[in-house]
Design a protein. Structure first.
Length: 259
């Protein structure tokens, strides 16, 4: 039987990523949302899941003493699929599942590509206190107006959340200008919004991977557990647009935190 004829699996959480020595109780959860495709009912790609594991491990190590658990979400299918918004629905389901398993703990949605869009769309869930969208895929026109095929991306539901977008300036797959336009709209609805640009980096954010990982860890710990944000993050959140929405991610960001 062809794979496309098989029923789609239910969404589920990947195994919790935690480090040895972490507290037994979980005080906060970060959900990693893999990349996907605009339109597809095929089963999710195992590679997209695997690509999120290094970030999950980095975040688990960084938040070890805070009681952080990281899960990679396994979608039902790999496509957003227009108004069905399957990936966003799966992200919202995953937050419900976190509440069922761990109780009233704060949740950060951290997504890449199409997962970044899902994180932004599902960010209004009552248990979500922060959203990290890395190289988010956004529809043409839908980032800042009603001309996109799915209409404008909603932003008002992000009020009260800490929101960070990160985008490589050389991204050939997802347009960084669209994430800037969405960030502009989000900033008007929610002042706790900022955006970093990774100069010369592409969609995978691999060229400056260490800096991106350090930025993600600092943001997740700060938003979930009240840890102090690094100076560039605090400045970006406080700065008016466009300054706080075009903040360059400087080389050595992680080293400056350790120093």
């Amino acid at each position: 039987m062809a794979q496309s004829a098989l029923p789609l699996p239910a969404a589920r959480l990947g195994r919790a990523v935690r480090t040895a020595g972490a507290p037994t109780s979980v005080s906060g959860v970060v959900l990693l949302l893999p990349d996907g495709e605009p339109d597809s009912h095929r089963r999710p790609s195992p590679l997209s899941y695997a690509l999120q594991l290094p970030l999950a491990r980095t975040l688990a190590r960084a938040g070890q003493e805070d009681g952080l658990a990281a899960h990679v979400v396994r979608y039902r299918c790999r496509g957003w699929n227009a108004t069905d918004a399957h990936l966003a629905a799966d992200a919202a389901w995953a937050v419900d599942e976190v509440v069922r398993r761990y109780g009233d703990v704060p949740v950060c949605l951290a997504g890449h590509g199409m997962g970044g869009r899902a994180a932004l769309r599902a960010g209004g869930h009552p248990a979500v206190n922060s959203v990290l969208a890395m190289a988010p895929w956004l529809p043409e026109g839908g980032a800042d107006g009603p001309d996109g095929p799915d209409g404008p991306e909603p932003v008002k539901h992000l009020l009260g959340r800490q929101v960070l977008l990160v985008h490589g300036t050389n991204d050939a797959r997802t347009d960084p200008e669209l994430s800037f336009r969405l960030a502009e709209r989000a900033k008007k609805a929610n002042r706790d919004t900022c955006r970093f640009e990774v100069h010369s980096d592409g969609h995978g954010l691999r060229q400056h991977r260490a800096e991106v990982m350090a930025l993600a860890a600092n943001f997740v710990r700060g938003s979930l557990f009240g840890r102090a944000y690094a100076r560039p993050v605090a400045d970006a959140l406080a700065a008016p647009p466009p300054l706080g929405l075009r903040m360059p991610l400087a080389a050595g960001f992680g080293k400056s935190l350790r120093g």
